[in-house]
Write a protein that binds this ligand. Structure first.
Ligand SMILES: [Zn+2]
Length: 60
């Protein structure tokens, strides 16, 4: 069964990585406006995924 939350998290990481590879404004120390937006999407997806993992562990 596909894990939607995990899929979204991996997808957001891919999207950000693709942008990072193609964008000349993004560096290892700073991000352009779009890069920042994509990074935020990724961290939120990651947080949601990890939060659920933690909740699952606490409630067998
Ligand atoms: Zn960028």
């Amino acid at each position: 069964m596909p894990d939607a939350l995990h899929q979204r998290y991996l997808r957001a990481l891919d999207v950000h990585r693709d942008h990072r590879a193609a964008c000349t404004a993004c560096t290892s120390t700073s991000r352009c406006r779009e890069g920042e937006r994509l990074w935020t999407v990724f961290t939120r997806s990651q947080d949601a995924y990890l939060e659920r993992q933690r909740n699952r562990r606490n409630t067998p």
